[in-house]
Design a protein around this ligand. Structure first.
Ligand code: HEC
Length: 248
């Protein structure tokens, strides 16, 4: 709760242009928001995040329909073994009780995280972990001080000190690592707003219909005015003829 309102305040300050250290450090994920990006993000999320986090308002069958995936693909790449149900929301493999025991609190449900905090906050959060031996987990975070979540992605992105010194290189290049984190954020953005692709698809037809109606309305207008113009011309000709015969 605390973070949600501080996040909101930071966003409000940034919008007002008042400037604020924290807002200035938020980085923007670089991705093209389309189905392939979201599918890549969903696979990464399943591999790295689903063990702890639920995305309970996203059902697997909805995911399949929205992203154009088959049930077999969802089962192979996205659903984790251990009780996941195709007709239900994404649930973590770890029980909430175990998570509470290990991390001190249950990992939050991420169904609406991008709507609540914004894509930039989530991306910056995921790339702002640093090694802090004073913390029980060994991890801390620049924009979420004393966070209970460990840096799950450190083996890929590398381990840094608070000052940004590299302690241990990750097994991925920084470019690939940032691309993959952006894909995870794209997936969470879709999860916060699952009708986005459906809306885009319908939107195309709505615009097409409106353009068609505009053309029809224009042709109709031309047709109506053609009659009026013809009538005008006929009357003008009649008047001219009358004037001519009067002169004579
Ligand atoms: C080992 C368990 C675990 C894994 C795996 C994990 N997290 Fe977390 N995560 C947590 C815990 C615990 C918290 C709560 C942190 C706190 O409140 O101090 C958290 C918090 C978060 C938050 C902040 C939520 C909020 O309400 O502010 C986000 C975003 C998040 N995790 C995203 C991810 C993503 C994305 C992944 C995969 C790359 C991931 N997490 C993997 C345990 C985990």
């Amino acid at each position: 709760m605390r973070k949600t309102w501080t996040g909101g305040l930071v966003a409000a300050l940034a919008t007002l242009g008042l400037g604020c250290g924290q807002a200035a450090t938020l980085a923007t994920p670089s991705y093209t928001f389309n189905k392939p990006t979201v599918i890549a993000g969903a696979k990464l999320f399943a591999d790295h995040c689903s063990a702890c986090h639920a995305v309970s308002s996203l059902r697997y069958n909805r995911l399949a329909a929205d992203l154009g995936m088959t049930k077999a693909e969802i089962k192979k790449d996205i659903m984790l073994p251990g009780g996941a149900n195709y007709l239900q929301g994404m649930q973590p493999t770890m029980s909430q009780a175990d998570a509470k025991k290990w991390f001190g609190l249950p990992p939050p449900n991420l169904s609406h995280i991008v709507r609540a905090e914004g894509a930039r906050w989530v991306y910056t959060y995921l790339t702002s972990f640093y090694w802090d031996p004073k913390r029980p987990s060994g991890w801390n975070n620049h924009i979420f001080p004393n966070v209970a979540m460990p840096d799950i992605l450190a083996p890929w992105g590398g381990t840094y000190t608070k000052n940004g010194k590299l302690l241990q290189a990750g097994r991925e290049s920084p470019a690939l690592y940032h691309k993959q984190v952006a894909e995870i954020v794209a997936f969470l953005r879709y999860a916060s707003d699952p009708s986005v692709f459906e809306r885009r698809a319908i939107g195309r037809y709505v615009l097409g219909t409106l353009i068609l109606l505009t053309i029809l309305a224009y042709l109709l207008k031309k047709d109506y005015w053609r009659d009026i113009h013809n009538k005008d011309e006929a009357e003008k000709a009649k008047a001219a003829k009358k004037a001519g015969s009067a002169k004579a």
